[in-house]
Ligand binder design. Structure first.
Ligand code: HEM
Ligand SMILES: *[C@@H]1O[C@H](CO)[C@@H](O)[C@H](O)[C@H]1NC(C)=O
Ligand SMILES: *[C@@H]1O[C@H](CO)[C@@H](O)[C@H](O)[C@H]1NC(C)=O
Ligand SMILES: *[C@@H]1O[C@H](CO)[C@@H](O)[C@H](O)[C@H]1NC(C)=O
Ligand SMILES: *[C@@H]1O[C@H](CO)[C@@H](O)[C@H](O)[C@H]1NC(C)=O
Length: 329
């Protein structure tokens, strides 16, 4: 709607899209105070330890938790900034983000509830749910064999969560142009796009997320020719046209799905990236160069991932410290 209204007023298409992009940034995010790694040093020094303990305990029972928490933080940051809007429950007729269309893999909200309860016991009303989620995402990566880093904190929790805003998330069918736009609207770079896509070294996707590549790819070709043929054949067996198996799907990193490593990039170079949006990273020499580099250096991927996570985590939006992560104060 934003696009249409502006297009009316501004004739020059290039100009219009520049203005649209910058207005969108301002409508989505505002710059809060600078975050800091010792934000709770005086007010809640044991908060981090309590969050880590809750995440560890959950992982011991369910190894899909790290992927869930990493993705949850990404979704949170991409809608209204990292303000824990993703954690709010629907209220009456007002559907929240977590009940919006691409919700099929968001789960493990209970882990954040447990962490919040532990933190509230130590220091009530101090630590935001958005910070707890950012810490839990970091712990998820570190406890899966990935890098550990200090998380800048001081985020505030938002008071709004709308199901229809999940359409602001990038889709797995996006091409490189669309992906770059989605990231640049949030002041994230093309490098951030390639680096953060490496989060797909963890976790699982449902058939619907890659259906477009294995059936009816286009008018002349049934299967995306950039897919490795044997990988495509396997995906087609798991996900037939009329799929009747609930929750059928595939790991994104089919070799080490629960290990945070650089296998995502190696697989991508071999036609074994799962989504069109992953494959899209190979369609330009610049992004392809990053992919090749990270495939050959896990160390550089880890360093870059930490930087990009901090940049994504800087997107702010909230205004309060929620008492219960599922409801506004
Ligand atoms: C670049 C644009 C991105 C697109 C188009 C995208 C798309 C998707 C899709 C479609 C799924 C599978 C959902 C399902 O079928 O259940 C998924 C899962 C996942 N994504 Fe992304 N994603 C993107 C970026 C990111 C980023 C930036 C991160 C974190 C750094 C991330 C982390 C994950 C994780 C960990 C999962 C697995 C979740 C689970 O197993 O519970 N993604 N993503
Ligand atoms: C996903 O959305 C559906 C329909 O809006 C809703 O019934 C379901 O509870 C949601 N799932 C999660 C995990 O929030
Ligand atoms: C999104 O949903 C909210 C209510 O939750 C509504 O006020 C708003 O008009 C909707 N926006 C669009 C674009 O549908
Ligand atoms: C990317 O997708 C958009 C929307 O479908 C389309 O307009 C554009 O031409 C595509 N760009 C490329 C380079 O394929
Ligand atoms: C379908 O995709 C293939 C491979 O990308 C391409 O060569 C072909 O031109 C496409 N056909 C149509 C009708 O778009």
């Amino acid at each position: 709607m934003f696009h249409l209204r502006l297009a009316h007023q501004v004739k020059a298409a290039a100009m219009a899209s520049m203005i649209t992009a910058s207005l969108l940034v301002f409508s989505l995010l505002h710059l809060g105070n600078a975050l800091s790694v010792d934000y709770y040093a005086k007010t809640c020094p044991d908060a981090e330890r309590a969050v880590t303990a809750a995440v560890k305990k959950a992982i011991a029972n369910d190894n899909t938790v790290p992927a869930a928490l990493l993705r949850m933080h990404f979704h949170d940051c991409f809608i209204r900034g990292c303000d824990a809007s993703v954690l709010l429950n629907s209220k009456g007729g007002e559907k929240a983000e977590k009940d919006g269309p691409p919700n099929i893999s968001l789960h493990a909200f209970y882990v954040i509830d447990h962490a919040k309860r532990a933190v509230e016991k130590l220091c009530p009303g101090v630590v935001s749910c958005a910070d707890i989620l950012a810490l839990a995402a970091r712990d998820s990566v570190a406890l899966s064999g990935g890098p550990a880093w200090e998380v800048p904190q001081g985020r505030r929790d938002g008071r709004v969560s709308r199901a229809n805003e999940t359409n602001q998330l990038p889709a797995p069918t996006f091409n490189l142009t669309q992906l770059k736009q989605s990231f640049s609207q949030r002041r994230l770079s093309t490098k951030d796009l390639v680096v953060l896509s490496g989060g797909h070294t963890l976790g699982f996707a449902h058939c619907s997320s890659f259906q477009n590549r294995i059936h009816n790819f286009n008018a002349t070709t049934d299967v995306d020719p950039t897919l490795d043929p044997s990988f495509a054949a396997r995906l087609r067996r798991i996900c037939p046209v009329h799929n009747k198996v609930r929750n059928a799907g595939s790991a994104m990193d089919t070799v080490t799905p629960a290990v945070f490593d650089n296998a995502y990039y190696e697989l991508l170079l071999r036609g074994r990236g799962l989504f069109s949006s992953d494959e899209a990273l190979l369609t330009h020499p610049k992004t392809q160069g990053f992919v090749s580099h990270f495939a050959s250096s896990q160390e550089d991927f880890f360093k870059a991932f930490v930087k990009s996570m901090v940049r994504m985590g800087n997107l702010q939006g909230g205004e309060e410290v929620r008492k219960d992560c599922r409801v506004v104060n």
